[in-house]
Design a protein around this ligand. Structure first.
Ligand SMILES: Cc1ncc(COP(=O)(O)O)c(C=O)c1O
Length: 397
């Protein structure tokens, strides 16, 4: 028996069954390549689902972790934490926000955002203005509040009663959004591009129209940039493509380019609603993870990562479109920067499995959309190799 199989068997015995896992046992990674426990190498166009944006084990992230690990691993948020302060400064300097609440995941960042908008609304308008409108096919996390915010039946099934006060509208439909607003509405929460929902891009002008609507009706606008923030679309934040700003934004995934950290960013006016004792997290903004976050932000901002994302995103899209010209089962190719989706007329699961056998990691969302979210440092050569593998698979279908 190879080493992988023996780990898989051990995992089946004791690890929770919450994931349908592929038979890959990860051992190490470098750049865009992941190596399994038996030494097989995989070209990684999944990047831990848009987490490893700087590639696996970026030397500056590893060095920041090693350095900080020798100084201080953890310190309570009862005290001031320099690394957390510095990371908050960097995030505020480069975004619309004035304040940052740190946590450990995307779901927690969204929980913080949901609590903030409700608290601000309760403080400002009284108790009966708590509804939050989100989009169908959205994805905001797996906690009870964030599945309540997520507009997908399959994510919510079996967990009733959900948290009340959420309404769902079709993504990209401004009239439907207008119609859903009522005196109880306090906020609108959207992903600027829906990731898990199938790489869905809203129509041109939609996000600006949502911003205007929020201004007219005194509603807070939350952008969940957990997947598309931090350079993934070719700009630091996806909202920057539309020349608008949200009031609240959530980040996680790539914030420390590997280690787990989340953040909820807000304008001062709204952030003030969460005063001492209203929210918290033991590990949130912990020195170790914040140090990695600082290192990741510096690499992202100072080493032309966004330029590479734009150039390689354009190149990858073109290559995927050429495949579309060749194969009739490819319906369309969409996305921005290095979050690209290829919608098929057929199920994608078998393609993903065959790709894995051939040393390529991709994934499939909503059954028929292949999703490509490689590290933002991906090279043309790596894209060419990915396309060669994919073309080989498509030829045999
Ligand atoms: C847009 C979006 N929001 C929230 C989440 C949840 O993040 P986490 O899994 O870190 O809780 C995800 C995860 O895929 C996501 O894509």
């Amino acid at each position: 028996m190879n080493k992988s199989q023996s780990w898989i068997d051990r995992g089946l015995a004791h690890v929770a069954k919450t994931y349908g896992r592929y038979p890959l046992v990860a051992a190490s990674g470098q750049g865009c390549w992941l190596t399994d426990i038996d030494g097989k190498k995989y070209l990684d166009f999944l990047a831990g689902v848009a987490v490893n944006n700087l590639g696996h084990c970026h030397p500056k992230i590893v060095a920041a972790l090693q350095d900080q690990a020798g100084k201080l691993l953890h310190c309570s948020n009862y005290f001031h934490i320099p690394q957390q302060i510095e990371l908050a400064e960097i995030l505020c300097e480069h975004s619309f926000a004035d304040r940052v609440f740190f946590c450990n995941s995307g779901a927690e960042a969204n929980e913080a955002a949901l609590k903030l908008v409700r608290k601000y609304s309760a403080d400002t308008y009284g108790d009966n203005r708590f509804e939050i409108i989100t989009a169908q096919e959205s994805f905001h996390g797996r906690t009870l509040a964030t599945i309540s915010a997520t507009g997908q039946d399959k994510i919510q099934a079996g967990f009733a009663p959900l948290i009340p006060g959420f309404k769902y509208v079709p993504f990209g439909d401004i009239q439907a959004l207008k119609a859903a607003i009522n005196p109880k509405t306090c906020a609108i929460m959207l992903e600027p591009i829906q990731g898990e929902g199938g790489v869905n891009i809203p129509p041109q002008g939609y996000l600006q129209a949502v911003r205007e609507l929020c201004d007219q009706q005194e509603l807070l606008l939350i952008f969940d940039e957990v997947q598309v923030g931090l350079g993934r679309t070719g700009k630091l934040f996806a909202y920057q493509h539309d020349n608008i700003e949200p009031d609240v934004m959530t980040l996680a995934k790539a914030l420390a380019a590997g280690p787990p950290i989340g953040a909820m960013l807000a304008r001062e006016k709204y952030a003030a609603a969460l005063g001492p004792g209203t929210h918290g997290s033991t590990f949130g903004g912990n020195p170790l993870l914040a140090a990695a976050g600082i290192a990741a932000m510096k690499v992202l901002l100072e080493e032309h990562i966004l330029d590479n994302c734009v150039a390689m995103g354009d190149y990858l899209k073109l290559q995927l479109e050429q495949l579309q010209n060749k194969y009739s089962f490819i319906k369309n190719v969409r996305g921005r920067g290095l979050i690209l989706g290829m919608e098929l007329t057929i199920e994608g699961a078998e393609i993903v499995k065959t790709a894995l056998d051939r040393g390529l990691l991709i994934n499939c969302t909503v059954g028929k959309v292949l999703r490509f979210v490689p590290p933002l440092i991906v090279t043309q050569k790596e894209i060419d190799l990915m396309i060669e593998i994919l073309d080989g698979i498509f030829k045999e279908l």
